[in-house]
Design a protein around this ligand. Structure first.
Ligand code: SF4
Ligand code: FES
Length: 279
């Protein structure tokens, strides 16, 4: 494998090494620079929707503001400023807008507290004031759930619909999506808790898309476990070779896939101990 070129960058005056094309936000995080983010997840393609991770860069004597989560490092000697007055101003403005849009979001309130930002009435539109939905709506339209469902899982169960103040994330025709497999990935990545999963009486509810599923029983201990049949089928389809690798003495994909995490761990430890070839 070809080695990547190593570059030096200067973040708030501190020299840091990075490989060419490394994601700037990852490098900042790795070096303990605190950059707020909302729409970034390492496992999901970056899009630069919330702009909260904005930093200022200086290249060839020119400065500009960029979103660090979408920026590949390509210039040796790149200078990065994470707290310049422009960066602080943009960050404050974004948080004020988010506070106006989702005043009930604990995540946004926490962010505002951390960065000493207070809400301002001038950002709250008349529609926002009037709409009860604004009190319940925690969605900041970051699109992480949509990108996860479409780009990572290739399911396309949800997408953005409508324009302007009516823009939102919804399943096709705003009906419970047939494409949803109940994997919960949208709830896991959602930064505000708008996309959430509830399990009650062996049923799983993915809100707010209206999807509902039976949860399965572990194939070994028979305890109820959060997977759905649809998720198992997807896992079996996509990771056949991986499950075969893990299976050891169990040859049935679906049997292993139906084990709860605790039983899978036990089985893997047993297989590892039993394996003479590994030691
Ligand atoms: S539901 Fe959550 S993840 Fe999806 S767009 Fe809204 S805030 Fe982002
Ligand atoms: S985290 Fe980079 S734009 Fe949202």
């Amino acid at each position: 494998m070809q080695n990547k070129t190593t570059l030096s960058i200067y973040v708030d005056g501190k020299k840091i090494s990075a490989a060419k094309d490394d994601n700037l936000l990852d490098i900042l995080n790795k070096n303990d620079f605190k950059i707020p983010t909302l729409c970034y997840h390492k496992g999901v393609p970056s899009y630069g929707a919330c702009r909260l991770c904005s930093v200022e860069i200086k290249e060839k004597e020119k400065t500009k503001i960029i979103t660090s989560c979408t920026y590949p490092i390509r210039t040796d000697g790149l200078e990065v400023f994470t707290n310049s007055s422009e960066v602080l101003e943009i960050r404050e403005m974004i948080i004020k807008l988010l506070l106006a849009k989702t005043p009930s979001s604990e995540k946004i309130k926490e962010l505002a507290k951390t960065y000493g930002v207070e809400s301002e009435d001038r950002f709250v539109t008349d529609e926002d004031k009037d709409k009860k939905r604004n009190k319940e709506n925690l969605c900041i339209l970051c699109g992480l759930c949509v990108r996860t469902c479409n780009d990572v899982l290739n399911k396309g169960a949800i997408s953005f619909v409508n324009r302007g103040i009516d823009r939102k994330v919804a399943p096709p025709f705003e009906e419970p999506p047939k494409e949803c497999i109940g994997c919960e990935a949208c709830s896991v990545v959602c930064p505000t808790g708008q996309a959430k999963t509830k399990i009650q009486d062996s049923r799983k509810y993915i809100d707010p898309w209206g999807a509902e599923f039976d949860v399965i029983k572990c194939g070994n201990c028979e305890n109820l476990y959060f997977f759905t049949d649809q998720t198992i089928n997807e896992v079996n389809y996509k990771t056949k070779s991986e499950s075969e690798l893990n299976l050891g003495s169990v040859n049935e994909d679906s049997e292993y896939a139906r084990y709860c995490p605790k039983c899978k761990r036990k089985l893997n430890i047993k297989n590892f101990k039993d394996s003479k070839t590994l030691i």
